[in-house]
Design a protein around this ligand. Structure first.
Ligand SMILES: *Cc1c(COP(=O)(O)O)cnc(C)c1O
Length: 385
């Protein structure tokens, strides 16, 4: 059996070998393995230094101060800490959150949990392109709105929110602006100062770092108070207790440094790969672009294939690893809630595939996917007649 071509980078990226090599030097007795909180010996100080170096690497990529980075287990936990931690700590100021229906489940389900705690949520619907506009946000703002949470890049469609404009509206309404940027690292400029972002969720494994590590950017000026979700030794300025995972953290730091150094080149190369895929399908009928490519990152392309069922198409595409909509939902046969929200008819939503590319995707990978796809489509459509 041949290894399938991997076109599911939006679900997770492979760890960059340079990152893996560095991580392996932070595990064993001959490496930097000690507890970064150990103050009584040099080995602890070395681990602390490794962690602080990584904190600076992450901060540098987003134009932040290292003291504004709080390590978490991933973007999911960062989203939970931002939303729950901020709303609970500021309930005396207001109880209203604004977000969108196309957010990742890490935000959607957290906002639902807050609703059951008595907070109020306004759920903005996206336009056909999958984005919420600053005008929509302006209309949703209330006296008691304390937080706005919108994603940088949609994980199913790849479309990019106008963060600077949305932040301005949130601030004008007296609220803070939280951004889930899990899909944006190495793809977009994420300078928090320029964009006006107050809280930002980051993930290691969507940017060639390891799984199980992430961070929340928490603006310090003015200081933002968050109620901790995880209590313990008071790590991370009391916002997130637990022994720091040195190997994961140095991995994420190195991955983010590489994103800063190579992200733009990666994206230029990936744009050509995406266009190669589109060109290779141009002569086929009944293919809809769910992704508004002119406002999307080039590494995510969502397409609908008229007259076929997405699951059958996936089965026929065994040599290509990709997903229908969001990987988190692939157990259910319900159409993706994101594709529903942009108004795609049920049949087309069920016949949609998300292609996502990355640093290690080659032209040969695209060509393999193209010939598998063309073969599968012709076969399935012939059956359907
Ligand atoms: C993957 C992803 C998450 C979850 O990140 P984890 O680090 O896996 O917890 C959150 N939001 C978006 C947009 C994502 O793509």
């Amino acid at each position: 059996m041949t290894t399938p071509v991997y076109l599911d980078y939006a679900a997770t990226t492979p760890v960059d070998p340079r990152v893996a090599e560095l991580m392996s030097r932070h595990l064993t007795l001959d490496g930097i393995f000690a507890n970064p909180a150990s103050r009584s010996h040099m080995l602890g100080w070395q681990a602390e230094q490794a962690v602080e170096n990584a904190r600076r690497q992450v901060a540098d990529l987003i134009g932040a101060d290292p003291r504004e980075i709080v390590w978490t287990s991933g973007a999911t936990e960062a989203d939970n800490l931002a939303l729950i931690g901020y709303l609970r700590a500021n309930r005396h100021r207001g109880r209203h959150l604004v977000t969108s229906v196309v957010e990742h489940k890490a935000v959607v389900d957290t906002a639902h949990a807050l609703e059951s705690e008595g907070f109020e949520v306004t759920w903005l619907p996206p336009g056909r392109d999958g984005r919420v506009t600053p005008e929509q946000l302006r209309e949703a703002m209330r006296e008691d709105t304390v937080l706005v949470s919108l994603m940088a890049v949609n994980n199913e469609l790849g479309v990019i929110h106008d963060l600077a404009a949305l932040a301005e509206v949130a601030h004008a309404g007296g609220a803070l602006f939280h951004v889930d940027a899990a899909q944006a690292v190495g793809r977009l400029d994420l300078n928090v100062g320029r964009l006006g972002i107050d809280l930002m969720s980051l993930s290691g494994h969507k940017a060639y770092g390891p799984k199980g590590i992430g961070a929340l950017y928490v603006r310090r000026d003015p200081d933002i108070r968050l109620e901790a979700l995880i209590h313990g030794g008071g790590h991370e300025r009391g916002m997130r207790s637990g022994t720091l995972a040195t190997h994961q953290i140095v991995g994420m730091g190195e991955a983010f440094a590489l994103a800063g150094a190579e992200g733009e080149d990666d994206q230029a190369r990936i744009t050509a790969l995406r266009d190669r895929l589109l060109a290779g399908l141009a002569d086929l009928d009944g293919i809809h672009r769910n992704t508004a490519v002119e406002v999307a990152v080039p590494n995510i392309l969502n397409l609908a294939f008229e007259g076929v069922d997405g699951e059958s198409l996936l089965m026929a595409l065994r040599d290509v690893a990709l997903s229908t909509g969001s990987a988190c939902n692939s157990a259910s046969v319900e159409p993706s809630y994101v594709l529903k929200a942009i108004g795609l008819p049920r049949a087309l939503a069920l016949a949609s595939l998300r292609f996502s590319f990355g640093r290690f995707t080659t032209e040969a990978d695209i060509d393999t996917a193209l010939s598998a796809l063309r073969h599968a489509l012709t076969g399935l459509r012939r059956q359907a007649i």
